[in-house]
Design a protein around this ligand. Sequence first.
Ligand code: ATP
Ligand code: PRP
Ligand code: MG
Length: 288
Amino acid sequence: MSSLPPLRIAVQKKGRLLDESIQLLKECGIKIDNGRDQLKAAARNFPIEVLYLRNSDIPQYIQDGVADIGIIGENTIIEKKKEVEIVQKLGFSKCRLSLATPKDIPYGSVQDLDGKRIATSYPVSLQLFLDANNIKADIHEISGSVEIAPNIGLADAICDLVSTGSTLFKNGLEEQDIVLKSEAVIAASPKIDQERRDILDRLLFRVKSVLAARNKKYLLMNVPTAKVDDIIGILPGMRSPTVLPLAEEGWSSVHTVIDEGRFWDIIDELRTSGAEGILIVPIDKMIL
Ligand SMILES: Nc1ncnc2c1ncn2[C@@H]1O[C@H](COP(=O)(O)OP(=O)(O)OP(=O)(O)O)[C@@H](O)[C@H]1O
Ligand SMILES: O=P(O)(O)OC[C@H]1O[C@H](OP(=O)(O)OP(=O)(O)O)[C@H](O)[C@@H]1O
Ligand SMILES: [Mg+2]
């Protein structure tokens, strides 16, 4: 174990970001000595220390340098108006902050909200959006269960996070305008020192390799050598797949990396063109 000062990384203590944050660190080969109850845990094999914190407190801790970096939703950074640097988007916890209104009340445009009451847990983000659209509305801040507000006469509209839309649907609300889009990111402190910045760079190298491999598959198949060009023509976006001769005369093995979703689009074509023994293998890491 090196004697470097550890990079302090803030993650959510509990909530939607926690599991995927820990999973990401794990896939980066970082072993954390438990301790959610302990609220601070060191990694055994990498110079980082994990701080388990309240989601809404994380941007402040990063800005102040109490944590060097954190895994947090972009929307929380905006809401808390903190000066932190987004160094890596992580592709999970994708959601949008949206305005929604009761589905039985006609809605033309955001201008219809002028003079109305809007319930939200994100007053700063909402105010920015209203100002940009020249709308004056009465923002009613509540900390949760926002979708219930129109049903109990507390507001005419709401502004809350949406991903599947099922909470809106269950509460008879319709999504109208998107205020902002968000996903989990790694944010870094303006106060991070050079030694820890170096550790961050090593961490980011691993994170990028893990993210690049997600949703990618390694595809292998046996192809009659005469059909190799046809098969390569079907494979999306690959300039130079690997083609190896098989022991059996007249057959080749073709290897390539492919988006998992794309594979199902071309499977029939590959088979019609003579591909056999098709294997789709997960990729653990991709070093770019
Ligand atoms: N329905 C959702 N789908 C996808 N991502 C979401 C959803 N709801 C929230 N998120 C993202 O996850 C982050 C954490 O949400 P979570 O509900 O766990 O915490 P929270 O209740 O906002 O915590 P706190 O009250 O401490 O701020 C949000 O800031 C947002 O970026
Ligand atoms: O579009 P959907 O997939 O239905 O997700 C939207 C819901 O998810 C979030 O709440 P969460 O479940 O995080 O509860 P919370 O208020 O306790 O944070 C958000 O505040 C919405 O209520
Ligand atoms: Mg929530």
